[in-house]
Ligand binder design. Structure first.
Ligand SMILES: *Cc1c(COP(=O)(O)O)cnc(C)c1O
Length: 651
């Protein structure tokens, strides 16, 4: 059967007017009834617990009355929530969820499985492992070598990425210490391609071993001596066991070499979670170093190379580098293919090795665009034919397929996966690295002869390898069912993402052409995915302060921040700050007019930019009712006029 994604799309969502209410009601009822049958058939000999007579008691009735009444109150309150389902919502990275994910969540929620361990979630833990494999395949990993799981979101997934990267970074040091203690001779491959005994390497070399040889070394350590001895020795020499304070003292004592503290490089556009993470891991916020972006807000590969050269010259080890696939503010997609080349060059010319992570929390699902239904890669030209636009470019395709080369990738199903919160995902290219954060709590370790098939037992005990403990199996069911209905290729998520890009381009073009009375709209370059950023200008407010005040006031009129007034359309805003955005700002300031460059550089408040995430797939080709592109532009004009009048009267 040929896939007709255009015909399937209206079946994927409840719809802005709940047009699919019948379908959803039927499926919800189905899930509930099926769960009821399950209970009724579970040891039917047990008899009833709540008798009909109990339901006639006054106290029972009162309890039901309270429940009903309070539910009504809750439902009324929820009407003041944000209408993510509407074409009028063009704010943060959220739209409504797929019906599949809602039903999957609801169905599994009735069972309330806990995916910390298969003991408490024999079904949904398997579903979680399935979806992690699907996501791993989508980014181009070999599903048998890769590993992944779901998290509560991108923040925790990113945390795990750096947690593993940090432990991997110090692994050769731990292995050298353990090998010395156990009297073992172990070799390891260094960046120049030769092998050397790990105990003879200087500290700088130990801190610049690639992931693969480091993990090979780890494996050979464990097979060279009895496990109990290795465990004890590793505990005495690993950073996670010893802690930073003692560890640095030991390094200085053992190697007589107090290297500068290791750094983490992140794109200047990086999500603020990275700062939380380096603080939490004890790496320190001052060890977080930003790599400037280019005019398209993508990490500048030349700038990365320059930074690496500086660090090599100062002998500052690099734990990891974070590239972004779909920046939170602009949906910019880093040229990961070029960043990987820079890493190769750093290995060859500087003897440096580090973990390369792609934070694809927002853009990860766009990788579905790169896949045909038959599991082979699409060409960019093929995809352009499907969108009928100039998107995606060949370079974009190269950047997305390069995800396969990242050591780890994080993707949020609760963003472009259109799945209910909480659902993030962490993916690791070489599954062996998960052992570096593994823990064995006695009460959760599966017995070797458990009911779960041997070998797979450990596999199904996720809690051992992850940061979180108890976690919703319902989230795994939601992602799983959604992937069934919307495959991770051109038919499903690929098509969905394409439609949002087409919609974003319509909006972008309309804003560029817009001339609201007395104002003009300066748009940032066409986005790599679907976030449209723009600035509204008025000739009488041409200083940076004036511009910022105007756009801030427009934002207030187009968001839920103004009490009691429902905005016509909902957007968000961000601030571009120096020095992070220096590479991207010049053309924008130029179009904004004279004087702003110096002001921007000296103004710590940066430049306020209005931001509109287009996750609404229906915006691309409105089929009836209001065209929300035209409506948006008109509403923006009204908001600008109101904001301007307010500022003028306030003077
Ligand atoms: C949203 C986002 C995160 C954080 O994800 P949460 O799910 O909100 O914790 C991290 N990185 C990027 C690029 C994001 O867009």
């Amino acid at each position: 059967m040929p896939h007709r994604s255009d015909e399937a799309l209206p079946a994927w969502f409840l719809g802005p007017r709940a047009e699919n209410a019948d379908l959803v009601e039927r499926l919800v009822t189905e899930a509930l009834r099926d769960h009821v049958f399950w209970r009724r058939n579970y040891h039917p000999e047990d008899g009833v617990g709540i008798r009909e007579l109990d339901k006639r008691r006054e106290g029972y009735e009162a309890a039901v009355a309270t429940l009903t009444q309070e539910l009504m109150g809750l439902l009324a309150q929820l009407k003041r929530d944000v209408p993510f389902f509407s074409g009028r919502y063009k704010g943060h990275m959220i739209f409504e969820q797929t019906i599949a994910s809602q039903i999957g969540y609801f169905a599994a929620m009735l069972y309330n499985p806990n995916n910390v361990s298969a003991e408490a979630s024999p079904v949904t833990t398997r579903l979680e492992i399935d979806v992690a494999r699907q996501l791993a395949r989508m980014v181009g990993y070999h599903p048998d070598h890769a590993w992944g799981h779901l998290t509560s979101g991108g923040t925790v997934a990113n945390f795990e990425a750096l947690w593993i990267a940090r432990n991997l970074h110090y692994l050769p040091v731990a292995a050298a210490g353990a090998a010395a203690e156990l009297g073992l001779r172990l070799d390891v491959r260094t960046p120049d391609g030769t092998s050397a005994p790990v105990r003879e390497l200087p500290l700088w070399a130990l801190l610049n071993i690639d992931a693969e040889p480091a993990l090979d070394l780890w494996q050979s350590l464990w097979s060279a001596a009895p496990a109990e001895d290795v465990r004890r020795a590793v505990e005495r020499h690993s950073l996670s066991a010893v802690g930073y304070q003692d560890y640095s003292l030991r390094l200085a004592a053992t190697y007589g070499d107090a290297l500068p503290a290791a750094v983490v490089l992140v794109a200047a556009t990086a999500h603020y979670s990275w700062e939380k993470i380096v603080r939490a891991l004890g790496i320190g916020a001052s060890q977080l170093r930003f790599v400037p972006v280019d005019a398209a807000c993508r990490t500048d590969p030349d700038a990365l190379w320059e930074r690496l050269r500086e660090f090599a010259a100062r002998r500052t080890p690099v734990i990891g580098c974070v590239s972004v696939c779909g920046t939170t503010e602009e949906s910019a997609v880093d040229r990961l293919d070029q960043l990987l080349e820079v890493r190769d060059r750093a290995r060859a010319e500087l003897g440096m090795a580090f973990h390369l992570h792609s934070d694809a929390c927002y853009g990860g699902y766009a990788a579905a665009v790169t896949w045909r239904a038959d599991g082979t890669r699409r060409t960019a030209a093929e995809a352009r034919l499907a969108t009928g636009t100039t998107w995606p470019t060949d370079d974009w395709m190269r950047a997305m397929t390069a995800l396969a080369g990242a050591d780890s990738v994080t993707i949020d199903p609760h963003k472009l996966g259109y799945v209910p919160y909480p659902a993030g995902a962490f993916l690791l290219r070489d599954r062996r690295a998960r052992d570096l954060v593994a823990i064995d709590p006695p009460y959760l370790t599966p017995p070797s002869q458990s009911t779960i098939d041997a070998g797979a037992g450990q596999e199904l005990f996720l809690g051992r390898f992850i940061f979180e403990g108890s976690k919703p199996g319902a989230a795994a069911a939601a992602v799983w069912l959604s992937h069934k209905v919307l495959p991770l290729d051109e038919r499903g998520y690929g098509y969905l993402v394409e439609r949002t890009v087409v919609g974003a381009r319509r909006l972008h073009a309309a804003l560029r052409a817009a001339t609201p009375d007395g104002f003009d709209v300066v748009v940032l370059p066409e986005p790599d995915i679907n976030i449209v950023c723009f600035i509204v200008r008025h000739p009488q407010l041409s200083t940076l302060t004036g511009l910022n005040a105007l756009n801030e006031a427009i934002y207030a009129r187009m968001s839920h921040t103004r009490d009691g007034q429902a905005p016509e359309y909902i957007i968000t805003r961000t601030r571009l700050r120096t020095p992070m955005y220096d590479g991207a700002i010049a053309p924008i300031l130029e179009s904004l007019g004279s004087g702003t460059v110096e002001e921007w550089a000296s103004d710590s408040d940066g430049l306020v930019v209005l931001r509109s995430t287009v996750m609404d797939p229906f915006l691309a080709s409105p089929t009836g009712g209001v065209d929300h592109v035209a409506g948006f532009v008109e509403a923006l004009g009204r908001a600008a006029a109101g904001a301007f009048a307010e500022l003028r009267d306030g003077d």
